[in-house]
Design a protein around this ligand. Structure first.
Ligand code: NAD
Length: 335
């Protein structure tokens, strides 16, 4: 790929795509078109030297055809999504993201010279009946079938994965699909209802310290387990997958399994604070346990995400703290 080839990044105002764009610019790519439905003021970050197309709904076919013109690579990271609190209460909205990937694939087929098309799927595509125990067996790629994905969001991901496969088989579009397992890091949402556990927990720790309440609310009994991948690992995995020859959906996730209670332990250690834990058993909690089986990614790329959770959290929490303090001082932040 030439540094001047056009790269289209969908969902650019969001967490992962915003960080991806910064990485691509850092690697010397000079023809990046960044697209998002949000107004530019709401993007988590923008990078100099990029063509930003804001207020652009990629559910609309015409918009996809317009932004994909001349594209050599397309990264589709646009989706209506959030943490469990959001996806459990916005199932139809999550499923409507199927229009984004459908129209982006059609545009890639019809108006670009697209050599690679990346699609961000999710561990929510996995069969939920395999995730009922906190002491989970890690999910390997074949565990998506027989299908019983997370209702709403997960089914959309599974369907869109499948669409990528058939566009490759029938039209020769070189699609690559990652199943991300919880990604965290700076420049992601940390308040407002779409945030995920690592960011939500730190915000609550900050609020507890600030108000002197000494208490933190935890969703569920805190024994549900997950793995969390630092953004730098995520982006490295996306690069390898997009430019490699492996064509099936692949886990990109950390295999460091922790319970939500352990995540709170880390947050307390980083904040040098001890809080009283109040468990909200009625809150959305998702599956009981989920981890990433990394045997396949190790085999394909000789690599797996490995940033220790404690280390990635420290960097992320430093960034959220700055945001929190800026907002408190009346400054403008994007949550
Ligand atoms: P995000 O919400 O920060 O970013 C998604 C972006 O897509 C947002 O800026 C949103 O405005 C944009 N978008 C939504 N609908 C759109 C539309 N109709 N047209 C144009 N833009 C639209 O999410 P993220 O964490 O950066 O996730 C990126 C991708 O990775 C998503 O597809 C998500 O499902 C997937 N994923 C993320 C995680 C994670 O832990 N963050 C885990 C699994 C999968």
């Amino acid at each position: 790929m030439k540094k001047t080839d056009r790269i289209v990044v969908a969902g650019a105002g969001g967490f992962i795509a915003g960080n991806l764009i910064k990485r691509l610019v850092g690697k010397g790519f000079t023809n990046i078109r960044a697209v998002d439905i949000k107004f530019i003021e709401q993007w988590y970050q923008t990078t100099d030297g990029v063509e930003n197309v804001a207020d652009c709904d990629l559910k609309e076919k015409d918009n996809c055809y317009r932004v994909c013109k001349g594209a050599v690579e397309v990264y589709n990271l646009a989706a209506d999504m959030g943490g469990m609190g959001f996806i459990e209460s916005h199932r139809a909205e999550c499923m409507l993201s199927v229009l984004i990937n459908t129209h982006m694939l059609m545009a890639a087929r019809d108006v670009g010279k697209v050599e690679r098309y990346f699609y961000a799927s999710s561990a929510c595509a996995y069969n939920t009946t395999l995730q009922t125990d906190a002491a989970v067996s890690a999910l390997k790629e074949s565990d998506a079938y027989p299908a019983m994905a997370e209702d709403g969001y997960g089914w959309e991901k599974l369907f869109s994965e499948r669409m990528c496969r058939h566009f490759r088989e029938d039209y020769g579009i070189q699609t690559r699909v990652a199943r991300f397992h919880n990604v965290y890091g700076p420049f992601g949402t940390w308040d407002g209802g779409r945030e995920k556990a690592p960011a939500a927990i730190w915000r609550k720790v900050l609020q507890a310290m600030d108000s002197g309440s000494g208490e933190i609310e935890i969703w569920g009994d805190g024994e549900q387990t997950r793995s969390f991948m630092y953004i730098d690992d995520c982006l490295k995995g996306v690069d390898m997958l997009t430019h490699g020859d492996f064509v099936d959906p692949l886990n990109i996730g950390s295999a460091e399994l922790v319970s939500i209670n352990q995540l709170v332990d880390y947050a307390e250690q980083i904040g040098k604070v001890k809080l009283k834990r109040k468990y909200n058993l009625g809150a959305p909690k998702g599956v009981r346990g989920r981890n990433s089986d990394n045997a396949l990614i190790r085999k394909v790329f000789g690599w797996e995400p490995s940033t220790p959770l404690r280390e990635g959290l420290a960097k992320t929490y430093a960034w959220i703290t700055t945001q929190y303090e800026t907002r408190k001082a009346g400054g403008k932040v994007v949550e």
